[in-house]
Design a protein around this ligand. Structure first.
Ligand SMILES: CCC/C=C/C(=O)SCCNC(=O)CCNC(=O)[C@H](O)C(C)(C)COP(=O)([O-])OP(=O)([O-])OC[C@H]1O[C@@H](n2cnc3c(N)ncnc32)[C@H](O)[C@@H]1OP(=O)([O-])[O-]
Length: 748
C-alpha cells in the first residue's frame, strides 16, 4: 500500500516542502533568524509514520540548528499518539555528511550530538534511518542511534573523522564495534574508509539495501516494526563481541597506526577508544571517548587537517592576477582527447582520461613502443576495473603511430620527453595539424609555458598540466596558465582535471611552477648539510620523524638521481662556476660515478642489487663525503635534527612566500594542497604555509635571518619581503595573508 502512495523523489521533496510550510506556520517560528534555512522538516506519512527530513544543503551537516530541530521534531513525533514509528532521512538524496565542520572553528553552540543520539536511541517508538547518498561521521553515528538502518545501494557510509584529526566522538567508537565487531570497527575507524552499501550490509552495519525508493522502503519497515520490542535494537545495550585474540588485534592495530600515521595522533586515539568499547561498559567507554575527543579537538593537528579539508575544496575557486576567475569562465565541452607520447606519464594520463569516460587517441611514433604501451595501458585499465567492479574502458582508446590522427580532437595533452627542443617541435606540428580551436596542453614539471605557446598559431589555447606519477593514481594536478592562456582554456583544464577525479590547482608560469620551485631550496639545503657534516641518514631521519613518508635522500634514490642531473645539465648549472651563490655538486658527482639510486643499486644509500628497495647506509658514501669535505675546505660539525628541519623547511617556506608575492599561487591554500597531495608533506601539519603559521611567522623570519647571516652565499635563506611585511603587519592569520599581498600598504 505504501508503495502505491509514495511519490517520486521530486514529488516527495515538494511534499516535504509543503508540509514544512504548514509546520512552520503551526509552530509559529520566526524565519528571520535563518532557522528555516538550516533545519529538519517534519511530515506524517502512511498515517502513522513521522518523517523527519534533514535539510541543510549541500550535505545536510548536523549544524546547531539542525540538531535543535531534530530534537524538537523527535519530541513532536513521540508526543503524537497517532505516530507509531519514525523515519529519518536527508533532503536531496543525501542522508548526512556528519557534524558541520565549519562549526569546529568557533565556539560550539546548540545541543551536543551525544545526548541527542542517546535520546533517539532511547525512544519508545522505533526509529529507522533512510540512508541515501552519504552517511558519514556524525551522520553515520546518528544512524547508529536509530533502531534500524535502510540504505540505498549507491550509498557510501563511513566514519572519516580520523582524516579531520578527530575520532567518531558521538558514540561511533562505542556503537560501531558493538554492531560490526572489533576487527571491522578498528579498520573503519582508524582509516576513515568509506564502505559501499553492499559491504555495509555484509558487515551488518545496515539492515536492508534497496535499489529503489529508500524512504518508501524505510517507511515500510517502520510500519512493520511499530509496537515491537526495541530491546535488542539499542546498540548501546549490546555487549561488544570480543574475539579471543582481541589483545593481539589491538597490539597489531596500534603498531600499524603508529607506523603509517607518522606522528598523527588521531589514529592512535581511535585505537584507544575502540579498546575502551571492548573492555568497558558503554557509559564508561563513552567517557573515555569524550576525553580522547577533547584532547584531539583542541590539537593543532585537527586544525591542520580541517584546514586542508577546506583548502582542497577552495582551490577549485581559482583566479589569476589578470582577473580570470572560476565563476566567470566557462569551460568548453571536450569529447575527444589526444595524448602524444606514451612513456610512463603518457600511459597514466591515457588511463585517467579513459576512466573519466573520454575518447582518447593515444599516439606514439614507433610501432613497437606503441604496442608495448597498448599492452601496459590495457593492463592498467583491467586492474582498475577489477578494483571498481566495472568493465574496463578499453574501447575508449584508439592507438596510432601517426600524429595526423589527432586532427579532429578537441584537446591534446602532449606528454613527450621533458625537453624544450622536442616539445617545441611537437607543438609546431600540432598547431599545423589540429582543427581550429583545439586546446594544446603540455604535461611538464617546470618548462616555460609561454615559450611553448609561442610556437603555435593560437597561444591562448595553450596551458600546462603538471601531472604527478603515477598519473592515473595521484590526486594532484597543477594547471599552469601562461601569459596568453585564455580563461576558457584554464577553465577547460580545470574541468578535465575534475573529470579525471583530480584536485587541480591553477598556478602561474615560472620555472618549476609551485611544487618544484619550492623543492629546489629544500634540496639545496639537504646537500649543503651533507657538506657541513651531516649524513643522508641523519637528514632523512629528521624529515621522516617530522612526518614525510621518505626523507629527501631516500626519495631521490627512489626517483633516480639522473633525472635532476639531466635538468641541471640542461640549465648549465653543472658546468657553470658558481661564484656569488653556493652550489653543491654532490649530486652531480654521484651521477658521474654511475650512482643513480635504486635502479643502479647505489645512490645516497646502497641496495642489495640494482632495483633493490631496502636502503642501507653506505660506508663508501661516508668516506666519499669525508674526502669531499677535506678537498673543499669544509670542516664537519655536529648537526642536529632541529637544524635539518629549520634549514630545509624554512628555506622551502620562504620560497612559498616568494611565490605568493609573485602571484604565482593565488593563496597559501594552493601551495598547501600542492604540497600535501603532490610532495607527501604530512597532512596533519596542514602544508608548508599552514605550518609556518603554526610555528609563528616571527620565528621563521628570525631563524631565516640567523641562517642567512651564517650563509650569505645562500640567497634562498634571505627572508623574502612578504614574510617581513606579514610580520610587520602583526602576523595576521593565514586567511588574511592575501589582503597583505594584494595591498602592500595594508595594516589590516
Ligand atoms: C562531534 C563529533 C563527532 C562527529 C564528527 C563529524 O561528523 S566530523 C565530519 C565527518 N564528515 C566528513 O568528514 C565528511 C566530509 N565531507 C565529504 O567527505 C564530502 O563533502 C561528501 C562526500 C559528503 C560530498 O562530496 P562532494 O564531492 O559531493 O562535495 P564536496 O566535498 O565538494 O562538498 C560540498 C560542500 O559541502 C561542504 N561540506 C561537506 N561536508 C561538510 C561537513 N561535514 N560540514 C560542513 N561542510 C561540509 C564542503 O566544504 C563543500 O563546501 P563548498 O566548498 O562548496 O563551500
Amino acid at each position: 500500500m505504501i508503495f502505491g502512495r509514495y511519490p517520486s523523489r521530486d514529488k516527495q521533496d515538494k511534499a516535504i516542502a509543503v508540509s514544512a510550510k504548514k509546520f512552520r506556520s503551526a509552530v509559529g517560528s520566526d524565519t528571520s533568524n535563518g532557522l528555516f534555512g538550516n533545519m529538519a522538516l517534519y511530515s506524517r506519512v502512511s498515517g502513522s509514520v513521522g518523517l523527519i527530513t534533514l535539510q541543510n544543503p549541500p550535505v545536510n551537516a548536523l549544524s546547531a540548528v539542525v540538531r535543535q530541530s531534530l530534537i524538537d521534531l523527535m519530541d513532536r513525533a513521540l508526543s503524537e499518539p497517532e505516530v507509531k514509528s519514525v523515519v529519518i532521512c536527508g533532503q536531496n538524496g543525501k542522508f548526512c555528511g556528519g557534524a558541520d565542520i565549519k562549526e569546529f572553528r568557533s565556539d560550539m553552540t546548540g545541543p551536543p550530538l551525544v545526548p541527542m543520539i542517546d535520546r533517539l536511541e532511547l525512544s519508545s517508538k522505533p526509529v529507522v534511518a533512510a540512508i541515501e547518498g552519504v552517511a558519514l561521521g556524525g551522520g553515520l553515528e546518528l544512524a547508529l542511534g536509530c533502531h534500524y538502518r535502510v540504505a540505498h545501494s549507491k550509498t557510501r557510509l563511513g566514519l572519516p573523522e580520523v582524516t579531520l584529526g578527530l575520532l567518531p566522538g558521538a558514540g561511533g567508537t562505542q556503537r560501531l564495534p558493538r554492531l560490526v565487531g572489533i576487527p571491522a570497527a578498528l579498520e573503519l575507524i582508524t582509516t576513515g574508509r568509506h564502505v559501499t552499501a553492499a559491504e555495509a550490509l555484509q558487515l551488518g552495519l545496515v539492515d536492508f539495501v534497496t535499489d529503489h525508493n529508500t524512504i518508501e522502503a524505510a517507511v515500510k519497515l517502520a510500519l512493520s516494526v511499530a509496537g515491537k520490542s526495541l530491546d535488542s535494537r539499542r546498540i548501546s545495550t549490546c555487549k561488544c563481541p570480543r574475539p579471543p585474540y582481541a589483545d593481539a588485534l589491538f597490539e597489531e592495530a596500534m603498531q600499524r597506526v603508529r607506523r603509517s600515521a607518522r606522528g598523527a595522533i588521531a589514529p592512535v586515539a581511535c585505537v584507544q577508544a575502540v579498546h575502551a568499547a571492548a573492555t568497558l561498559p558503554f557509559a564508561r567507554g563513552m567517557e573515555q571517548e569524550k576525553q580522547l575527543m577533547a584532547t584531539l579537538f583542541t590539537s593543532g593537528q585537527a586544525r591542520a587537517l580541517q584546514y586542508q579539508f577546506f583548502a582542497q575544496r577552495a582551490v577549485s575557486r581559482w583566479s589569476t592576477p589578470s582577473g580570470a576567475r572560476w565563476d566567470t569562465s566557462k569551460p568548453r565541452p571536450v569529447h575527444k582527447v589526444a595524448v602524444i607520447g606514451l612513456g610512463t606519464m603518457g600511459r597514466g594520463i591515457t588511463v585517467a582520461l579513459a576512466q573519466a569516460g573520454l575518447s582518447v587517441v593515444a599516439v606514439e611514433t614507433h610501432e613497437k613502443q606503441l604496442m608495448e604501451a597498448k599492452r601496459v595501458v590495457s593492463g592498467m585499465l583491467e586492474r582498475g576495473a577489477k578494483r571498481l567492479g566495472a568493465p574496463p574502458a578499453l574501447d575508449k582508446i584508439n592507438y596510432s603511430c601517426e600524429i595526423q590522427a589527432v586532427a579532429d580532437v578537441d584537446l591534446v595533452i602532449e606528454a613527450v620527453f621533458e625537453d624544450m627542443v622536442v616539445k617545441k617541435t611537437v607543438f609546431r606540428q600540432l598547431s599545423a595539424i589540429c582543427k581550429p580551436g583545439t586546446f594544446l596542453f603540455t604535461n611538464t614539471s617546470g618548462l616555460d609555458i609561454d615559450e611553448l605557446a609561442a610556437q603555435t598559431r593560437n597561444p591562448e589555447l595553450v596551458v600546462g598540466m603538471h601531472f604527478f606519477a603515477p598519473a592515473h593514481v595521484m590526486k594532484l594536478l597543477e594547471v599552469v596558465y601562461g601569459r596568453r592562456s585564455s580563461s576558457q582554456a584554464v577553465a577547460t583544464a580545470m574541468k578535465i582535471g575534475k573529470n579525471m577525479d583530480k584536485i587541480s590547482v591553477a598556478v602561474g608560469n615560472c620555472s618549476g611552477f609551485v611544487g618544484n620551485r619550492m623543492l629546489r631550496p629544500y634540496l639545496d639545503q639537504a646537500f649543503f648539510l651533507l657538506e657541513e657534516g651531516a649524513t643522508p641518514e641523519l637528514v632523512d631521519q629528521a624529515l621522516e620523524e617530522f612526518g614525510f613518508a621518505m626523507g629527501v635522500f631516500r626519495m631521490s634514490d627512489l626517483s633516480g638521481l639522473d633525472i635532476g642531473w639531466k635538468v641541471r645539465k640542461a640549465k648549465e648549472m653543472v658546468s657553470k662556476t658558481h661564484q656569488d651563490c653556493r652550489y653543491s655538486p654532490l649530486g652531480d658527482l654521484l651521477c658521474e660515478r654511475g650512482r643513480f639510486g635504486q635502479k643502479t643499486g647505489r645512490g645516497w644509500y646502497q641496495y642489495d642489487k640494482p632495483g633493490g628497495r631496502v636502503a642501507k647506509p653506505d660506508p663508501w658514501l661516508h668516506s666519499f663525503l669525508e674526502k669531499y669535505r677535506a678537498q673543499r675546505g669544509f670542516v664537519a660539525r655536529r648537526i642536529d635534527h632541529q637544524e635539518v628541519l629549520e634549514r630545509c623547511l624554512y628555506a622551502l617556506i620562504n620560497e612559498g612566500f616568494r611565490i605568493l608575492e609573485d602571484r604565482i599561487a593565488s593563496g597559501p591554500e594552493d601551495i598547501d594542497v600542492i604540497y600535501v597531495l603532490g610532495y607527501s608533506w604530512p597532512r596533519h601539519r596542514g602544508g608548508p604555509m599552514f605550518y609556518a603559521q603554526m610555528v609563528g611567522l616571527s620565528r621563521i623570519l628570525e631563524k631565516l635571518e640567523y641562517y642567512h647571516q651564517l650563509h650569505l652565499d645562500i640567497p634562498s635563506l634571505q627572508p623574502c619581503s612578504l614574510l617581513r611585511k606579514l610580520v610587520a603587519n602583526g602576523r595576521p592569520p593565514i586567511h588574511k595573508w592575501v589582503e597583505v599581498i594584494k595591498n602592500p600598504h595594508s595594516h589590516l
